[in-house]
Design a protein around this ligand. Structure first.
Ligand SMILES: Cc1cc2nc3c(=O)[nH]c(=O)nc-3n(C[C@H](O)[C@H](O)[C@H](O)COP(=O)(O)OP(=O)(O)OC[C@H]3O[C@@H](n4cnc5c(N)ncnc54)[C@H](O)[C@@H]3O)c2cc1C
Length: 497
């Protein structure tokens, strides 16, 4: 860390006055930074603004209300996390875990200076000798989990997208292809090592009162340095998908069929997933609908699922077969797919959970979506996502066992308004349009509660919409927050209160 001491001293004078984001860490903290550096492991790196390391570790997926940091600490060990959190607390500096950097909730923008704790080096997957659990580093990406387990003939529930971390989705509950079998990602937790707000490193499991909160509201309570989770034998290696492309005049028929033949009031078959996207393609004057029917353990999707959709009249049908590891590529969320790239764009989503599709509401939002994504619109490249996993495994888990609050829901709907940042007026327009879309769906649901997935949240929803409307849930979260994080150190990502 001697190199770092020299570097710090060199930039100290100028940097004290002008930090990257206009806010300084403070003279005392900066001058003590070399003390922190001396306590870190040899693998740790501290990156200052202007360095390539800083850019590489700090660049985010969404530019909208992105957190601002003055320094990036790329931790090499769990003790490095401890030391960095203690240092930040001592100097009363904001800090935030950076992992897959796909977090986009606008509350992150409340962090306007401070320390980034970059977890990328805490990446590993180790299968236990009894083959029933795996221990996953806190900075491991989903793809590495899937690939490592696959090589050993194992699998577990992870997020579907290859470029998000394992922990980021997991701490908010976590949806994935295998949730129909085993429940949410958080339902797989066995124990975890977590650095709390006071800098203490604890191993916790179901005996801890904090356990409940880590399964759905975990971003609010600590930094997970590693986690042990349940893993399962690979039963089916083969999967199949049918991609059906439609023009917008088919909206009502498609989503009525989805209700009737797939979602079936929450009893969707455990081996089937329905997904769809709305987006624009060059040779169509309105957004197209890409409807995916995915099935496990087969080489072609069963015609009892596909025929009703063929009858609606898609303009193309593409059946493909492969393995579980092809799913991300087929659905456009593999490492090299567009949604995975960090392209400096603003990417707000306006999610809503639903029990069933309302075909009339789908028509209303389609028409609205098409009106705001016309060629000249800044939102022309937007993507409307409809995720319909099997929920059998999710519903099989006791509803009160986790902070994740929405096991009764069956569909995760999320318009993603993608645009080149161009100032607050455009941001406000995106928020207005996104909320208009969500309101149409909410009204169409005839529900009295707005349920949103915290990990897709825009940021203007209430804690009830993220963590459940039941008073006991809110009370429990607040009580745990004041016990474990009384000074609100972990309050940038969808704060519980
Ligand atoms: C393209 C794309 C695909 C997605 N696919 C899925 C999906 O299939 N399933 C799903 O459930 N969600 C999915 N999401 C949503 C995803 O869960 C959130 O975006 C999540 O915040 C991403 O985590 P991250 O580590 O990649 O991002 P980050 O921005 O690095 O992390 C988000 C927040 O999580 C917290 N955090 C991260 N790691 C840790 C840790 N080790 N300990 C404590 N806190 C931590 C921090 O508060 C951080 O601010 C997707 C998002 C995108 C953009």
């Amino acid at each position: 860390m001697r190199w770092f001491r020299t570097q710090v001293l060199a930039v100290l004078a100028a940097w004290t006055l002008t930090a990257a984001c206009g806010q300084s860490l403070g003279i005392e903290a900066i001058s003590e930074m070399s003390t922190l550096a001396a306590k870190l492991s040899p693998q740790a790196r501290i990156y200052l603004p202007g360095s390539s390391g800083f850019s590489q570790t700090s660049q985010r997926w969404s530019a909208l209300q992105a957190p601002q940091v003055n320094i990036s600490v790329a931790v090499g060990t769990e003790d490095d996390v401890v030391e960095t959190v203690k240092f930040a607390s001592k100097y009363n500096l904001p800090f935030l875990a950076y992992n897959g950097v796909h977090g986009s909730v606008t509350t992150l923008g409340r962090m306007d200076y401070g320390i980034e704790i970059y977890l990328g080096q805490l990446s590993n997957v180790e299968i236990a000798s009894d083959n029933r659990t795996a221990t996953i580093g806190g900075g491991t990406m989903s793809k590495l989990v899937t690939d490592t387990l696959w090589e050993a003939g194992k699998q577990t529930v992870t997020g579907t997208c290859e470029c998000v971390s394992y922990m980021g989705p997991a701490l908010g509950g976590g949806h994935g292809w295998l949730q129909g079998h085993h429940g949410l990602i958080a339902d797989q937790f066995v124990s975890m090592r977590v650095v709390l707000a006071d800098g203490s490193l604890k191993t916790i499991d179901s005996k801890s009162d904090l356990w409940w909160a880590m399964k759905g509201a975990g971003h609010n309570f600590g930094i997970v340095t590693s986690i042990t989770v349940k893993i399962y034998d690979l039963e089916h290696t083969n999967w199949a998908i049918e991609t059906l492309m439609y023009t917008g005049d088919k909206v009502e028929a498609i989503y009525q069929a989805a209700n009737d033949y797939l979602v079936k009031n929450g009893s969707q078959a455990v081996d089937v997933v329905n997904w769809s996207y709305w987006f624009r393609i060059p040779d169509q004057d309105k957004p197209v609908i890409a409807f995916y029917i995915i099935q496990e353990g087969v080489t072609a999707v069963d015609s009892k699922y596909t025929k009703p959709f063929h009858d609606i009249g898609p303009f193309s049908i593409e059946p493909v077969s492969g393995t579980y590891r092809d799913l991300a590529g087929w659905t456009g969320i593999s490492l090299d797919s567009t949604p995975c790239q960090k392209a400096g764009l603003s990417n707000p989503r306006f999610p809503i959970y639903l029990e069933t599709y309302n075909p009339m509401a789908q028509r209303q939002v389609y028409d609205f979506f098409q009106s705001i994504t016309q060629a000249a619109s800044p939102f022309a490249n937007s993507l409307f996502m409809f995720e319909g996993y099997s929920t059998r495994g999710v519903k099989a888990v006791d509803d009160s066992s986790a902070a994740y609050a929405f096991r009764g829901d069956n569909l995760l709907i999320a318009p993603l308004l993608q645009y080149q940042p161009n100032g607050p007026d455009l941001d406000n327009l995106a928020a207005k349009y996104g909320n208009q879309i969500r309101t149409l769906l909410y009204q169409g649901s005839k529900r009295e509660e707005l349920h949103t997935y915290v990990n897709y949240a825009y940021g203007d929803e209430s804690p009830k919409s993220w963590y459940g409307y039941e008073q006991w849930r809110q009370d429990k979260l607040k009580a745990l927050k004041s016990k474990y994080d009384p000074n609100g150190r972990f309050s940038f990502y969808a704060p519980v209160a």
